[in-house]
Design a protein around this ligand. Structure first.
Ligand SMILES: Nc1ncnc2c1ncn2[C@@H]1O[C@H](COP(=O)(O)OP(=O)(O)OP(=O)(O)O)[C@@H](O)[C@H]1O
Ligand SMILES: [Mg+2]
Length: 264
């Protein structure tokens, strides 16, 4: 199976990018797929959630990988994480510096991640890339490396769609270097059918983004609990509504992208 490279991006902060990456990764792995999470955010929240080490103690994170020779790749991949079956390339504060250095020192600064991760094509079934809340070079690198894009939208916030046209413009710009990039859809997060604002955001998201994922993630305190416990929603409460929706989301993506676990 060819690798599915899925970027989870939205420059709006706190809309559920990292939560989506971590719980999708866990569910893909539970379905028997080989999974790598690439943390491209200087905040390194995904790394703190699923990594066994503190990002500051990791010698080769995405930052070093982006700025070094491709030979560093094996050192950057950690198979031992808090979530079984999920490997990790850590993010770190150094990504902020790396972003500046890339701009100054590289001929095609947005294509560096794709080049560095190219040897992994066909090795993992799915690579999930967690983006920082910005539209700068790190997010461009994620979009240039990705085959698919999920845009989490906080539907419980009246500002949930703020800036989304800029994001779509940016995606179209990146398509010049990565024509294979496909929008899997907008994913509504913290969604509550009973709230008028959620309904309004849902309709506006469908209109503005064109493609809405039919699964909606509800608000749940279990999300924070899972992050605090450095584990997945499945481990915290496998039958909670929020967990079931992430499972549905995983099945939806597997169907859409024709992904099947190899029989081992
Ligand atoms: N469905 C949910 N229900 C309740 N809380 C949630 C839900 N999804 C995310 N959160 C919480 O909202 C906060 C932001 O979520 P998350 O870190 O996933 O967003 P993000 O887009 O990655 O943020 P950033 O832009 O800073 O990287 C976190 O505290 C997270 O635990
Ligand atoms: Mg995040």
């Amino acid at each position: 199976m060819s690798t599915k490279w899925i970027a989870v991006a939205n420059h709006k902060g706190g809309c559920g990018k990292t939560t989506t990456v971590v719980n999708l990764a866990a569910e893909f792995a539970r379905n028997g797929l080989t999974v790598l999470v690439v943390d491209l955010d200087p905040q390194a929240n995904a790394s703190m959630h699923i990594g066994k080490k503190h990002p500051s103690e990791v010698p080769v994170t995405c930052a070093e990988l982006l700025l070094s020779e491709i030979e560093k790749l094996p050192q950057a991949i950690y198979d031992d994480t808090n979530i079984e079956g999920v490997s990790l390339i850590y993010g770190s504060l150094g990504l902020g510096r790396a972003e500046d250095d890339l701009k100054d020192d590289t001929p095609r600064p947005s294509e560096e991640l794709r080049t560095k991760l190219a040897p992994l094509e066909g090795i993992y079934d799915v690579v999930l890339i967690d983006c920082p809340p910005s539209l700068k070079l790190l997010t461009s690198n994620a979009l240039a490396a990705a085959t698919h894009l999920i845009i989490p939208i906080e539907s419980g916030s009246q500002y949930g769609l703020y800036g989304v046209t800029d994001l779509l413009k940016h995606v179209n710009k990146i398509r010049r270097v990565n024509p294979r990039l496909e929008l899997l859809g907008a994913l509504l997060i913290k969604h509550d059918e009973r709230q008028t604002v959620c309904k309004l955001i849902e309709n506006a998201a469908r209109e503005q983004l064109g493609k809405l994922i039919p699964i909606k993630i509800p608000t749940s305190t279990k999300v924070n609990q899972a992050a605090m416990a450095q584990t997945s929603l499945h481990v915290i409460d496998r039958t909670a509504k929020v967990t079931r929706e992430f499972k549905e989301l995983t099945q939806y993506i597997m169907n859409e992208l024709n992904m099947k676990a190899d029989v081992k």
